[in-house]
Ligand binder design. Structure first.
Ligand code: COA
Length: 160
């Protein structure tokens, strides 16, 4: 049974993340989308909101489930008996950060490999930060976000 972890902040999950999750699900028997509880960056959505949006968005994708985690991603991977961490590489600008993270994780645990998957080019330039900025300015982001995420972003706009 080959299990992979796909960790991230998912603030919020986008169709670009889902594209990576679907690709990973074709390679691994089981994929755990791991939502970090306390990320280093400030989030728009709370941990329960991020977790719930990810759970909703992956429903129906075979072999994929969501779990939250705190602490080191390599410790979470070990706990889940996963030998692989999946990350998405959208463009060359992601490379340096991802390279540092992969090598740091390898030095923390040499038995866990990071593999990179490329999303469809259609999603290669979107990020959660740009999505939040465009949503706050009233952009229609239907093509980039799951329905529930769109609804939640609209709710926040109405609250402000
Ligand atoms: N489609 C669209 N957007 C994507 C994407 C894709 N396929 N892949 C990444 N992104 C975007 C995200 O939306 C996010 O955008 P933002 O910065 O504008 O919000 C950005 O790329 C990176 O976010 P994400 O993939 O969620 O990663 P992250 O950098 O927020 O998460 C963790 C990093 C959680 C994996 C990392 O901090 C971690 O492992 N933390 C646990 C502690 C630990 O072990 N630390 C040591 C690790 S070296």
């Amino acid at each position: 049974m080959k299990t992979a972890i796909y960790p991230g902040t998912f603030d919020p999950i986008t169709n670009g993340h889902i594209d990576i999750i679907k690709r990973a699900s074709c390679i691994f028997d089981s994929v755990i989308v791991a939502v970090v509880k306390n990320p280093s960056k400030e989030t728009l959505f709370s941990y329960p909101e991020r977790l719930s949006m990810v759970s909703g968005a992956i429903r129906g994708i075979k072999g994929v489930k969501t779990e939250g985690f705190d602490g080191l991603v390599v410790d979470f991977a070990k706990k889940k008996k996963a030998k692989v961490i999946v990350r998405g590489l959208r463009m060359i600008s992601d490379f340096e950060y991802e390279f540092q993270m992969a090598l740091t994780n390898r030095s923390l645990s040499s038995s866990i490999e990071t593999i990179f998957l490329m999303p469809h080019p259609y999603y290669s330039y979107i990020s959660s930060r740009l999505i939040k900025e465009a949503a706050s300015l009233g952009a229609n982001l239907k093509q980039f976000l799951p329905r529930k995420v769109l609804e939640n972003l609209k709710k926040i706009q109405r609250r402000d």
